[in-house]
Design a protein around this ligand. Structure first.
Ligand code: FAD
Length: 501
């Protein structure tokens, strides 16, 4: 929260700014003109890696890349920039899973946080009477490693992202959402303490997260995983809202999604269905004008509950209004469930050559509950269904706003329940415009219908759009930038202050 300001961070930012001879913009040959206390890389491999991200849409070359071997080196780098008459920009890069260059620093220095990672070596599990179980985790560590190390102690975090090969610092700079957020809030609601950063959900604008203290709970061992198919949007959303309102004996995870010709039941995010179930759903899809909805509900359990879990799940779905016969079940280990998207680093690396040929012009939105019927008509029925190029998973599921802390910079619609839409397009580079146009068409539809959407993982290019995004939080956000990063050094790739101030 705003009050979590670590002394180390204040020290880092409250230093004075003596003049040093420094030429700007940097070129590789100009780098040594300042007496660098640390070694920066300027070779093509390092620069190319830091000029790319998962989106593969924005490419901005830094002048240099820091592969830190200690936190002190990051402190030194930021001090160095602050001490120069013309400071250079600095961006922390987690795993570069942003889609619009948010972790880049064109002409500045990218800090490859992964260099600090020791494959979970930076994760320490503890307990205290006041806090219970928690893990102190380096900002560079991946959530997959937090899971692995936690489970060695029979513990696990409570709030996740769908995909775990993201860094703790990267998701805490945004929010970190998934099907558990309705119950526990986003990942930023489950942090007890941070080193360096001052504002959670701050899009990397206020500091570099070097440690986060994350809430842990006793880990369940298995998951009953159910998928239900709908053709009625009202029932689909009513049932999701019912599921996220149940507390005692309620589900642990709820996510909705759309099924269309271009977004089939099995996709890169999930291969849940057997071939025969998949064909059954596809033939239903043809008879229902090419648009179905699906709810994914999960109930965790411990081995000790094995005798009662089936009955609990039965009760959970008993009064739901899915199409009769279209309920599908799986029983998997907790690890298999949480790592269902991308099954590990090796698989991820194998695919990296394919990735170079792909772009990911994603659009992620938050929508107020009061507008979802209009949104379904305007966007799902009229745009998505008739858009031949829509590709990739389309997620649509609700959150309880009370689980979000309004003091944080993360922005949500102003209603008790709001939905997230995730349009996770994959495209060939020459087709990205098609998806950008589709995204713009969706945003235009919302504007015309007066739907107050907020972007998640936002990408704007004008100051007006950022101000509109933050709404009443803008003044505070700007004040904090002036206070904690007065020279506008950090995270230029977000384009909040760099291009607009
Ligand atoms: P990067 O992309 O490297 O950085 C993102 C931003 O955070 C940048 O501004 C960067 O400067 C800043 N940053 C990075 N590290 C730090 C640090 N230590 N301190 C301060 N700032 C830092 N998001 C969800 O919420 N839920 C999901 O289910 C989900 N699934 C995803 C699945 C895939 C396949 C992909 C590609 C992305 C997904 N995301 C999801 C989005 C993801 O959370 C963001 O893209 C996140 O920023 C990526 O983390 P990263 O570690 O790669 O960060």
């Amino acid at each position: 929260s705003f009050s979590n300001i670590s002394p180390q961070f204040i020290l880092l930012l409250m230093i004075s700014f003596p003049i040093c001879s420094f030429s700007w913009p940097w070129t590789s040959s100009a780098l040594p003109s300042c007496d660098l206390p640390i070694r920066l890389r300027t070779d093509p491999d390092a620069v190319t890696a830091a000029s790319n991200d998962y989106g593969n849409l924005v490419h901005e070359a830094p002048a240099a890349v820091l592969y830190p071997s200690s936190i002190q080196e990051i402190v030194d780098l930021i001090k160095l920039s602050n001490n120069c008459s013309t400071p250079f920009t600095v961006a922390a890069r987690g795993r570069g899973h942003s889609v619009r260059g948010q972790a880049m620093a064109g002409g500045g220095v990218v800090v490859e946080m992964a260099a600090l990672s020791r494959n979970g070596g930076g994760i320490r599990v503890s307990w205290s009477p006041s806090l219970g179980y928690y893990a102190d985790v380096g900002g560079e560590e991946m959530w997959a490693d937090v899971l692995r190390v936690g489970l060695e102690h029979g513990l696990a975090p409570v709030s996740w992202t769908d995909y775990l090969y993201l860094t703790v610092g990267g998701t805490l700079s945004n929010a970190g959402i998934s099907g558990q957020s309705f119950r526990h809030g986003p990942q930023i609601s489950n942090v007890l303490e941070l080193d360096v950063i001052t504002v959670l959900g701050g899009l990397g604008q206020f500091g570099i997260i070097t440690r986060a203290r994350i809430v842990l709970q006793k880990a369940p061992t298995r998951a009953k995983w159910v998928r239900l198919i709908y053709n009625d949007f009202t029932m689909f959303t009513r049932d999701q809202e019912h599921l996220i309102s149940t507390n005692i004996n309620g589900p642990n995870y709820v996510e909705g999604s759309l099924i269309t010709d271009q977004s089939p039941p099995n996709n890169w995010r999930s291969s849940f269905y057997s071939p025969s179930d998949q064909s059954k759903i596809l033939s239903l899809l043809r008879s229902k004008q090419g648009l179905l909805y699906s709810i994914e509900v999960v109930k965790y359990y411990h081995d000790t509950n094995i005798d009662t879990i089936d009955q609990e799940v039965k009760l959970l779905v008993k009064d739901l209004n899915f199409i009769p016969g279209f309920v599908f079940n799986k029983d998997v280990s907790l690890v298999d469930f949480l790592t269902r998207v991308g099954s590990g680093r090796d698989k991820e690396e194998e695919k990296s050559s394919d990735r170079e040929l792909e772009t990911h012009p994603w659009l992620n939105l938050f929508l107020p509950k009061s507008s979802i019927m209009d949104f379904n008509d305007a966007v799902f029925v009229n745009v998505i269904r008739r858009h031949n190029h829509t590709s990739g998973p389309i997620l649509f599921y609700p959150f309880n706003r009370q689980k979000w802390d309004d003091r944080m910079s993360a922005v949500t619609p102003d209603e008790d329940i709001f939905y997230t839409l995730g349009l996770l397009h994959t495209s060939r580079p020459h087709q990205s415009d098609v998806y950008d146009n589709l995204n713009s068409e969706i945003l235009d539809c919302c504007e015309k219908a007066d739907i107050d959407v907020k972007q998640y993982l936002p990408h704007y290019i004008s100051k007006e759009d950022w101000m509109k995004h933050f709404g009443p939080k803008w003044d505070t956000f700007q004040e904090r930038k002036t206070k904690f990063d007065p020279r506008m050094i950090l995270s230029p790739g977000q384009r909040i202050f760099t291009s607009v101030m």
